[in-house]
Ligand binder design. Structure first.
Ligand code: PLP
Length: 491
């Protein structure tokens, strides 16, 4: 099925949506309708390797790709994961499971989509007879940047330029990006926060002058952020994969289902879970876990989105976001797929920093969504508690989710089995994790080694290797200088 746009307009083939990243009117592409998977379809996934599961789900979602094209792309995308299951489900205690999405090359869940996106992008260019170079522009709160750089590194006909907030990411995250090889990769530190980077790029994406300057030098721009439909769709697959695994091993029954807790920033991962639910996955509640930047948790409680608030840097930097792009896709569904209504909310957000969906839509949203947050102190305690009680080590983002789940279970009588979405390896945030688990700290690399000694979990090779790689990228710019920085990088 083709795609439509959250702010109205005509429908578009998936390949063009992936190639463009964002719609010309500033809205986001969404599937026009979602296929339903029967119980039998879903159960049968459990007997397949991960790539085959993903191929099945994705061929139903990408309208102008053949099943063969999808299958070939998916098979090669999941070759470089350090766990044969790709996205394994681990039980940490009674009724509580963890979906580990950090086994890809950059140790965060972004790899689940960004190992595949370059392949879908190349196919999309071909289908749309696009012969210009594709300049992928990325704003990152820490993990998307490295995952996009690795995905697009040395892919012919593409380049990848990443903006990250200076001082707003972990030491390891920064080194992962600035040491990236490849002739077509560019990394720029922005004097600003993630929201500045994301809104700066969104403005450039719809700026005719910039688009034509790029075109004049033989380039067309696209996005590898989760505003791109090609980022979102691959994430739906792992929810079906996890439910099939759980059902097979008896962790859940199809009738009672499971609650899913997602550490959330830009609302991409949890939105994929919403789509999986609409497609028939046995998901009950979707619990949105924020850090101290609790704009989403507050929205889910009140129906009012208010970004006029202090921006905090936290120990879960990939969730330090106040303007959450993918929420627009949920709003589209809540509005009854009314592009005008969504457009109005987005105008309110742009002009006043807030919008309100009203009590009726709030009620509908709360039939599925629950929102809460955990600050750094509660997050550190959660890392410590789970390590002591369950001998399982969470990264700070996933620990936010665990803490929100603990609160939810103690506040409600809902004891439905729960699936915590683990979005990053603890080794990406060694220093904070080490400290939280009560060990003596050190710099990022010393911490990683100490963490390994204390837990017996080996340090991932890519982290060890970082120490000896030269820094190749050191460009810095102001928010007002993003366009100039891109043009200079791509010269
Ligand atoms: C990106 C990221 C998140 C937030 O995911 P969204 O899809 O933006 O909500 C959470 N945790 C980690 C480790 C991330 O990299």
């Amino acid at each position: 099925m083709p795609c439509c746009c959250t702010r109205g307009g005509s429908s578009t083939a998936s390949s063009l949506a992936i190639l463009s990243g964002i719609a010309p009117n500033g809205g986001l592409y969404v599937p026009s309708s979602l296929p339903k998977l029967s119980y039998a379809d879903q159960v049968s996934l459990a007997d397949l390797p991960y790539a085959d599961r993903a191929a099945r789900i994705l061929s139903g979602l990408l309208d102008d790709f053949t099943a063969d094209e999808v299958n070939t792309a998916v098979q090669s995308a999941y070759l470089h994961f350090d766990n044969p299951a790709v996205a394994p489900v681990v039980q940490i205690r009674d009724n509580t499971f963890v979906l580990e999405l950090f086994h890809g090359p950059t140790l965060a869940f972004k790899d689940m989509a960004l190992q595949l996106l370059p392949r879908l992008m190349a196919l999309s260019a071909c289908k749309n007879k696009e012969s210009r170079d594709i300049s992928v522009l990325v704003a990152t709160s820490g993990d998307t940047g490295k995952a996009a750089l690795e995905g697009f590194k040395d892919v012919p006909g593409t380049s990848c330029t990443v903006f990250y907030p200076l001082g707003g990411v972990s030491d390891i995250q920064e080194l992962q990006m600035t040491t990236t090889g490849g002739a077509n990769t560019h990394v720029i530190g922005l004097r600003g926060n993630f929201d500045d980077a994301q809104s700066g790029l969104k403005r450039l994406f719809v700026n005719p002058g910039f688009i034509s300057r790029m075109s004049a030098s033989g380039k067309v721009i696209s996005s590898a952020n989760s505003i791109n439909l090609g980022r979102l769709l691959p994430q739906i697959a792992y929810y079906f994969s996890a439910c099939a695994d759980l059902q097979k091993r008896g962790g859940i029954t199809w009738q009672n289902g499971i609650n899913v807790i997602v550490p959330t920033g830009n609302f991409g991962n949890i939105l994929a879970a919403w789509y999986a639910r609409l497609m028939g996955a046995p998901i009950k509640k979707l619990i949105c876990a924020s850090n101290r930047n609790s704009v989403l948790a507050d929205f889910i409680k009140t129906g009012c989105y208010n970004s006029n608030r202090t921006f905090y840097t936290t120990i879960s930097p990939s969730m330090d976001i106040l303007v959450s792009s993918n929420l627009e896709r949920l709003l589209f569904d809540l509005s009854g797929r009314d592009g005008q209504c969504v457009g109005k909310w987005m105008e309110d957000l742009a002009s006043t920093g807030r919008f309100d969906i009203g009590p009726d839509r709030l009620r509908v949203m709360n039939e599925v969504f629950v929102g809460d947050y955990a600050d750094d102190s509660a997050t550190r305690k959660a890392i410590d508690r789970v390590w002591r009680e369950d001998r399982y080590l969470f990264d700070p983002h996933t620990a936010v989710a665990e803490e929100v789940l603990r609160q939810y279970r103690s506040d409600t009588s809902d004891q439905t089995p729960a699936l915590i979405i683990a979005t990053a390896s603890p080794y990406k945030f060694s220093a904070d994790v080490l400290q939280a688990a009560g060990f003596e700290g050190g710099n990022a690399f010393e911490s990683a080694e100490r963490l390994s000694e204390a837990t017996g979990i080996p340090v991932p090779l890519s982290i060890r290797a970082l120490r000896h790689l030269p820094v190749r990228h050191s460009a810095v710019c102001d928010v007002s200088g993003m366009e100039a920085a891109i043009l200079k990088a791509l010269e």
